[in-house]
Write a protein that binds this ligand. Sequence first.
Ligand code: ZN
Length: 410
Amino acid sequence: MSAFSWISFFAFGPAGVHSSAIRRSPAAGRCSGRRRAGPSYSADMSECASLHIKGRVLAGPEDVRDELWVVDGRITYERPHRPSGAAEPTVLTGWVLPGLVDAHCHVGLDAHGPVDDSTSEKQALTDREAGALLLRDAGSPSDTRWIDHRDDLPRIIRAGRHIARTRRYIRNYAHEIEPGDLTAYVRREARRGDGWVKIVGDWIDREEGDLSACWPRWAVEEAIAAAHEEGARVTAHCFAEDSLQDLVEAGIDCIEHATGLTEETIPLFAERGVAIVPTLVNIATFPGLAAGGEAKFPRWAAHMRELHARRYDTVRAAWEAGIPVFTGTDAGGSLAHGLVGQEVGELVKAGIPVRDALSAATWGARAWLGRPALAEGDPADLVVLEADPRVDVRVLEAPSRVVLRGRIVH
Ligand SMILES: [Zn+2]
């Protein structure tokens, strides 16, 4: 499905009927109690609330409500009519945010390559426990499509499998190809994914002994245009400085990590609205990587240390320039899943105001990915927190309750 068809799928439902138009059904007054698979509706939709959440519902950065109800897996702010004899809804209390977004993680992958389905399931469950209910999978060699049929697992937006230059990425992860084949592979992964394609924009060049761009300009221009024709957005792994300008001028939609942003490239990103997912919890591993590669690749090691040392300044400068910034953890390579709360804390440490750091993991990220949040009729994917995250974002690291598709799962 293309990015656009995903948006219309969620906005209007598969039958093309707008959710708010059918929320009140002719069968109001009785509870069907039946579970329906997927976001479909039928005329006998019951009005019995399964959940009533009280406290402070942070429906948007400026939109705070006192309570919400969950009816048939969907959010409503109108008190539902309770037929006599119907069960009382379960009551939860706290600060409510939309299900958190990990916009850069990998399900079906570990440090060595693809993993089996039970390991993928554990990864998805770990994300769920942490309240990460919408994942943008930034490249996986495993087929995790089966997760879409599991109501109890987070929703995933896939970018297919990574596409890298030959011997220029972690072994067993990517399609490793040469520039002449880039467009064909990008088209193929665009069709396999959920509206995104992931390429590796730079990596260590062992002959040069340093990070360097992987693709000539003509190859990325042609490939990005092809992805857009297929209705997919393109993102690239970039640690270095020298890969960024060509990718942005070729029309890329997002850059992962983006540690190499400089005074020259920041205005370019801002002007074109190219988003970044800094993955600061992953950038924290740079000094360790540098120490490991020091003996063989001293220039690369020094470069990685320098990128690490300026990481907060880089992210803050990007945000100040108006570049959209979103949370991602890079879980699933060597990092554990479930760190999205920590990543919000890292954005705050970098100097991004709390409200924008929260948005990077919630309202803003969901809008960017074309997915619903906490509006009337939206699927009830949310987290309940013990304290106000606007006061201290560390509360995000351990949600007291997690609700997915209207069910309490944690
Ligand atoms: Zn990654």
